[in-house]
Design a protein around this ligand. Sequence first.
Ligand SMILES: [Zn+2]
Length: 249
Amino acid sequence: MTLIEDLLTLYRVERQLRGLRSRVDSAEIYLRVQQRQLNTLQERQEELETHKRQRQAHAGNLETEGEVVDERAAKLRDELNESSNTRQYQAVLNEVNSLKDKRKEFDEQAIAELTAVEKIDEELGELDDQLTERTKVLNSAQEELVSRKAEIKDSLAEIETERAEKASAIPGNTQDLFDSLADDFEGEAMASIELIDKRRREYACNTCNVHLPFDVVNRVTGRPDEVVQCQGCLRILYASDDCREALVK
Ligand SMILES: [Zn+2]
């Protein structure tokens, strides 16, 4: 077999292998997406729980401060009853009134905090539903991945062995070139030369459509143990049947 024939065999096996792996790859990507979405929801949950704790603590502090105000006000009311002159009475009364305002302010703030906590609870409830739903999807994505892996396990091992065998027929540097092209183009490491116009000797790369000079076409067909890359897409060129026939006739 010529080098190009060996490469074409490797190319065919490479594509089979990638096709087989792609089912597992896509299941892996899907699983990763689900995991990311679940993480985002969990982060939001933690964030909300922190806010909730902060607001509850603040409401608790306001309650304590309110009690201190109440105690002070009760004490002042006793003083009010005992006060002997109008000036003193008025001064204590003023303080009592300002304490009332303070108390009212604390109450309003505490209500605002508790209302915010209720809202957070609502959002946490919705988040809980979403987390349950997302976890179900994640679990089934995990099962799907496991079953796809199991499905291809045997044939994958077989094709991997076959690929290694086919690759061994090819010299090291050409193998490296093939591998890097296969990685760059998802397995499409080779491109055929197509006949455009026989009379005008026009040929093109079937993958990137770049026109190929006639001497390139001649090299590919005439020296099948040499690697020639497309000038446009860098893939390894091989002659299509049309192209070969056009050249012999
Ligand atoms: Zn090309």
